[in-house]
Design a protein around this ligand. Sequence first.
Ligand code: ATP
Ligand code: MG
Length: 347
Amino acid sequence: MIITGCGNYYQTLKQLGSGSFGSVYLVKDLNTQNEYACKIISKQLINMYNANQMIQSEIAIHYSCNHKHIVKLYSYWEDQSNIYILLEYCSKGHLIHPKTQFTEDEVFQIFNQILSGVDYLHKNNIVHRDLKFENILINEDGTLKLCDFGWAIKVQQLPVENVMCGTTEYMPPEVVSKQVLDFKVDTWSLGVILFELLHSSFPFNGKDQQELINNILNNQLIISRRHDISEHLINLIQALLIKNPEFRPGIEQIYLCKWMKQNMKTHNLFNHYENEQLKLKVKQKNITLKAVNDIQYLTPNNKTKISNDGQEGNNSHTTQSQSTNTSPGPKNYIDKFFSFIEQFKNF
Ligand code: ATP
Ligand code: MG
């Protein structure tokens, strides 16, 4: 089948998946030979389920996103029968349960990428509301990317009135009981995903929808202990699956938990939230500028010392240009100080 849109011709090569309102196909741009995924949504189904607003919102929110761990939405168009959404193609499909259990390190590497995508969304006031294995895609080089913004909302004012949406196994108590919701909906789903990565099963099950909902609301979380898994990871899962969203960690707290901090260090990854926390601690300790100014540096020819405020020391033979180049100012200094500490700690 040939699809035309925005002046281009695309040939469908195979079906990649299907969803509530249509299917996703691998397509090839006949001009450039580039491959894309094209989500084709039937207008008949949209009208049948009165979902026009939902699809428009999915496209607007997804189109606004630009992040390494979110599937890129390149363009969209419509004809009489369908809406077409042209997406970055993720050739390795969606996340699935592994044949052999993931190690803790593999769990970290997967989770860290998902978290980075969700962090971007939350910073941009977007709640995804349908985080699950099927909506986490893997591209050719193994990078994980979030997709499917069908349930996503842009939150201007929190909390938001709730409808029951998403996929029940991944829904937190406040969603299944149709209470108001906020960003913590996604952090619960992150807890379910972490649990699944470790155990290849859901934390709460039920023989039907109603039993599942009851279990999410009332059952205590049981994590069978794998001997090769650290206490810190178990603590994080337990925290993410706290039933009351008020006590459940948000993204910043996840980045500040011991498991994330330690693993990010091991992988030499910069933890922005930890860095901010350290900076805050120094500011609260009220380190004075005098201490900053007292620090002296050698000039490039190693002959003369210049203080950090750009003033020459007593024994000065330096030129004016050298002294002005060494004046980072107090705020820069604190930033540099901490990036230095981070580098140092990573060794
Ligand atoms: P549902 O209603 O079931 O959540 P949906 O209609 O919203 O589905 P998506 O979740 O966006 O559709 O896509 C359905 C499936 O198609 C995905 O789980 C995935 O397997 C495949 N798919 C979607 N987008 C891509 C892509 N960009 N690259 C590769 N496969 C994709
Ligand atoms: Mg989906």
